[in-house]
Design a protein around this ligand. Structure first.
Ligand SMILES: Cc1cc2nc3c(=O)[nH]c(=O)nc-3n(C[C@H](O)[C@H](O)[C@H](O)COP(=O)(O)OP(=O)(O)OC[C@H]3O[C@@H](n4cnc5c(N)ncnc54)[C@H](O)[C@@H]3O)c2cc1C
Length: 349
């Protein structure tokens, strides 16, 4: 897929732009022409991914006249859901139309191009990075990795088919929509999501916490659950089925009807590309970045769910991912602007 459109601003508005005279837009560093002749796609910045982090970064770069190529494998983390919540101005929007509209706005900038491809490898150093897909190469001065996470669901039959619709994970994203309903909260991998159950009770849900175990709950936890009228069911969780608008949570001890189920998947950061470039990871496997999205490798940036600043919580929602992406885009711009401005000043004697 390729989309590139003319920008609607009148020509005279951009004519005097210093950046247009700096080198011509994009990729005019040594060797870029020979790469183009070999069929390699060349841009100042290649952004890998097209979620809110990637697209917000692209917007800030595009608005500073940086040649930016978005290369993405496709779907974003929340596109399994019918609606997206908590993003100001877009609360309740369908994720599909939200991302389409973002892409539509981005492709009005003349320096933005979009490519559909899965990047399978990346290497290089400052000014000479290369990202590769099965049948193409993308060369850039800077790389921005915004590849998100994969949600690893607990190994319980029936969850995958209902993921994002009848099986949810985030109370802030979807709690309001299920307020007052009957909700199952499932333990998994030995973790009892008491906080999730309590927040759903706060929203007036009739909550049942399934412990996936025959072990008794610790007395102080059991006391808190009783106080909030959260029911508990012990026994191994076997499956979650759905028929005619009702879910059944099947345990070793029996079947329990509910309206909707909450689980806590393990997020697996898609950090392989950053690792192959030499970037350090945090203890939870995310790409280690500073507050400006800089990784430990000069010229490689990361943003969104895949990245993390020290002990700060990872993004985890569209607002945080977009914010990180936008700021990272500005940092990438400043990096390029600084290098090119210095070069021009030096050339001038
Ligand atoms: C079921 C569900 C519902 C959610 N609902 C909400 C909600 O209502 N509100 C909210 O704020 N948040 C919600 N979230 C969280 C939100 O989806 C994420 O926090 C957000 O999408 C993170 O943005 P991102 O840009 O970091 O990653 P993503 O949006 O996941 O985007 C990652 C991008 O990288 C691409 N990619 C990955 N690997 C490669 C590769 N090798 N080559 C090329 N491209 C690649 C993917 O195709 C994708 O385009 C939800 C999450 C889930 C799981």
């Amino acid at each position: 897929m390729e989309t590139k459109r003319s920008y609607s601003a009148p020509a005279e508005q951009v004519k005097g732009n210093y950046l247009f005279t700096r080198t011509g837009v994009a990729g005019d560093y040594e060797g870029s022409e020979s790469r183009r002749r070999r069929g390699v796609e060349v841009a100042d910045v290649v952004v890998i991914g097209s979620g809110s982090a990637a697209l917000a970064a692209t917007l800030s770069l595009a608005r500073m006249n940086i040649d930016v190529m978005v290369v993405s494998a496709g779907n974003r983390r929340n596109e399994v859901s019918e609606s997206m919540h908590g993003y100001l101005g877009h609360d309740g929007a369908s994720p599909g139309s939200f991302y389409s509209s973002a892409l539509d706005q981005l492709t009005r900038y003349p320096t933005v191009s979009i490519r559909s491809a899965e990047i399978t490898g990346a290497d290089g150093t400052l000014d000479r990075f290369v990202a590769r897909s099965a049948d193409a190469e993308f060369s850039a001065r800077r790389l921005l990795v915004a590849t998100g996470v994969e949600d690893l669901l607990p190994a319980i039959d029936g969850l995958a088919g209902q993921w994002g619709t009848g099986v949810l994970h985030c109370v802030y994203c979807h709690g309001w929509e299920v307020r007052g309903r009957s909700v199952a909260v499932l333990a998994s991998d030995g973790r009892l999501p008491v906080g999730v159950a309590m927040r759903l009770a706060w929203l007036g849900c009739e909550v049942t916490l399934f412990t996936d175990s025959d072990e008794p709950i610790a007395p102080h936890t059991a006391k808190a659950l009783r106080a909030l009228e959260i029911a508990t069911r012990s026994g191994r969780i076997v499956s979650v089925t759905a028929a005619r608008g009702t879910q059944l949570v099947h345990t070793a001890a029996g079947s329990h009807p509910v309206d909707v189920t909450f689980v806590q998947p393990v997020p697996r950061p898609r950090a392989e590309l950053a690792v192959s470039l030499g970037c350090e990871l945090t203890s939870d496997g995310r790409v280690k970045v500073d507050a400006q999205g800089r990784t430990t490798v000069t010229g490689v940036y990361a943003a969104g769910d895949v990245a993390r600043v020290d002990d700060h919580p990872p993004a985890g929602n569209v607002t945080a991912a977009a914010t990180a992406g936008y700021h990272t885009g500005i940092a990438v711009f400043n990096d390029i602007w600084d290098a090119d401005t210095q070069r021009r000043i030096n050339q001038d004697g």
